[in-house]
Design a protein around this ligand. Structure first.
Ligand SMILES: *Cc1c(COP(=O)(O)O)cnc(C)c1O
Length: 429
């Protein structure tokens, strides 16, 4: 047996930083990442045989927990029939139909293999469909690592941003405007200055890449109005929230709060693949018909709509569509957040939390942050101590204070109670 530490040392010799996606390296919280050997239900076991209650769920996809029997069976059957054909399959239609059935704003959908690919393609399509170049994103929202979306805010109102990654030329992001989340005034200013040049506004409706921050109802209402008035496409990045916060995704939550609310385009990933590489982007028939082979916007993929991935996604979507699924998941997730904040209160530690469906967040702060700057100003030292305190007690939380957490249908009330008890211990000093 090799320890986590030995594996990490070995990994660092052949993989940059020892990981294939940066947040896995535990840089934000320090310490040695756990190398996971297997998982079942709500639990994961690392290379040393240590068991953890898993609140990452592969960063969202594992909404049923690990190794759900119906999903395993569907995947095994699909794998036996062939891994990939490079030709259409009936399952791709079924998955498209399953997405469209739950998300009324989506009339047509194209399947791809990652959220990054879906976001990048949605952006190209929005530009192609509108014939405009400028795009808007919000600070703290992550839409994958396409060049045009790796941008941080410039100084001052309605200025264009700077690349957040080396290797992204400034010219590539010169059309990307970065605004602060939940700031209606900035939105107004940006639209009055650039509204007629904007192709789209891309937003995480409930932002999960700055922990858990909801777009406020006034902000979302005004955003929708401004987009409509200026002919700008409103693109919901629901890679994280899609089929996670509700069966109808975050847009159904906002439709419940803002009469008639709909985005123009949506991006999905994570849950729709059930843990396999699968993502999608969709919108009105009108916009989607601009895509090749029908229209002039090119987009393609060798493994797009992969038969094993679609089987995994379909089986997952079938389970979560069962009556009462989201009520139960939402209640379990709320009880976790309520439990954590209650023990923090008892310990005299300021903590606030929020959740929707099976997605949650908590902050060491007095009030829920409304944007990225405030999130990053919450108590990082305390978060890092808490993270390690929980990990030492067998609870695997997201290893950074700007990441959301996830509860699955496999998490029991006993798991939540054990987590809350661990938190009470971890918060003691
Ligand atoms: C995870 C995520 C992405 C990127 O998806 P990948 O599959 O990691 O490329 C894009 N947008 C949001 C909101 C995400 O949470």
């Amino acid at each position: 047996m090799q320890t986590n530490e030995q594996l990490f040392a070995r990994a660092q010799r052949v993989i940059p930083g020892g990981v294939n996606s940066p947040v896995r390296a535990f840089r934000a919280v320090g310490g040695t990442p756990r190398f996971i050997q297997r998982a079942q239900g709500a639990y994961m076991w690392d290379a040393e045989g240590t068991k953890y209650i898993d609140y990452i769920g592969s960063w969202g996809p594992m909404i049923l927990g690990h190794g759900h029997p119906a999903v395993l069976e569907a995947v095994a059957k699909a794998a036996a029939d062939g891994f990939s054909f490079g030709a259409p399959t009936e399952r791709e239609i079924e998955l498209a139909e399953a997405i469209i059935a739950q998300v009324p704003s989506v009339e047509q959908v194209r399947l791809v293999s990652s959220g990054t690919e879906a976001g990048m393609s949605a952006l190209r399509l929005a530009r192609g469909a509108t014939g405009r170049s400028k795009i808007v994103k919000f600070e703290g929202c992550y839409h994958g690592h396409a060049d045009a979306l790796l941008v941080k805010a410039g100084s001052g109102l309605a200025t264009f941003g700077f690349p957040t990654s080396a290797g992204v030329p400034p010219e590539v992001v010169q059309h990307t405007l970065v605004l602060e989340y939940n700031k209606v005034q900035q939105l107004e200013a940006a639209f009055s200055e650039h509204g007629r040049e904007m192709a789209c506004v891309m937003i995480e409706p409930i932002a999960g890449n700055m922990n858990f921050v909801r777009a406020s109802v006034p902000f979302m209402t005004r955003l929708r109005e401004l987009c409509t008035a200026h002919g700008v496409l409103l693109v919901f990045d629901e890679v994280m929230t899609g089929f996670r916060v509700a069966l109808g995704s975050a847009q159904s939550v906002y439709a419940g709060l803002i009469p008639g609310f709909k985005p123009d385009m949506s991006v999905f990933g994570k849950v729709i693949g059930g843990g396999m590489p699968l993502a999608a982007f969709g919108g009105t028939r009108d916009v989607m018909s601009q895509l090749a082979p029908l229209g002039p916007v090119y987009q393609a993929g060798t493994l797009s709509g992969n038969p094993v991935a679609t089987a995994c996604g379909l089986a997952t979507l079938k389970e979560i569509a069962k009556p009462g699924f989201f009520e139960a998941l939402g209640a379990r997730t709320r009880s976790l957040v309520d439990g954590l904040t209650a023990v923090a209160r008892q310990a005299g530690v300021p903590m606030v939390g929020d959740s929707e469906g099976g997605m949650f967040g908590f902050f060491f702060a007095d009030a829920l942050p409304q944007n990225y700057g405030v999130v990053m100003g919450t108590d990082k030292e305390r978060f890092n101590r808490f993270f390690h305190g929980m990990l030492d007690r067998g609870v695997y939380l997201a290893p950074a204070l700007y990441e959301a957490g996830f509860v699955s249908a496999a998490h029991t009330e006993a798991d939540v109670a054990a987590t809350v008890a661990a938190a009470a211990e971890a918060l003691k000093r």
